[in-house]
Design a protein around this ligand. Sequence first.
Ligand code: NI
Length: 182
Amino acid sequence: PAGSTAVSVDNNTQLGLTIDYKFNKNKTAKLIAATPFSHDIAVKGYAIDGLAIGNTKHLPPTLVAQYHFDVGNSNFDPFIGVGLNYTKFFDESASGALKTTLQALKVTTASDDVDLKLKASWGLALQAGFNYKLSDNWGAHFAVSKMDIDTTGEVRVNNNVIQSVDVQIDPWVYMVGLGYKF
Ligand code: NI
């Protein structure tokens, strides 16, 4: 229906891996990787609020330039960072509820092929956190990042786009980790 194209995306938790390369005492490059995230997408607001549209998986590798502050404590290493995020979506699938609804609205018939596609996205990432030294090689790691992941979702019928939707994922990403220094 008209005006029913806002969507929401649920939260997910995955295993992350970060690799830091230290240029000097203050400057570090950090690559953030993770096992694939999985999200359900639903209509937000309007007459069909909550209607499941489908689900997707994605990988959001992020490269961050960090500045580390010298706070006069060799164990406590706080930082802020700014970087670039690339998110690749895959294994998108349209929900049974979406297919049923499109048939009820006489947009499709049972023999039509309904798909969901999400385009890859580039966006900014901001980060703050700290490392805490536990021994010469081991440390704890805490970071909060805000990532701008904006994409276009397309509902396709027999490979023709019948509806494009702006999908703003823009997650707060919380990482708690154990680090090893080489
Ligand atoms: Ni955004």
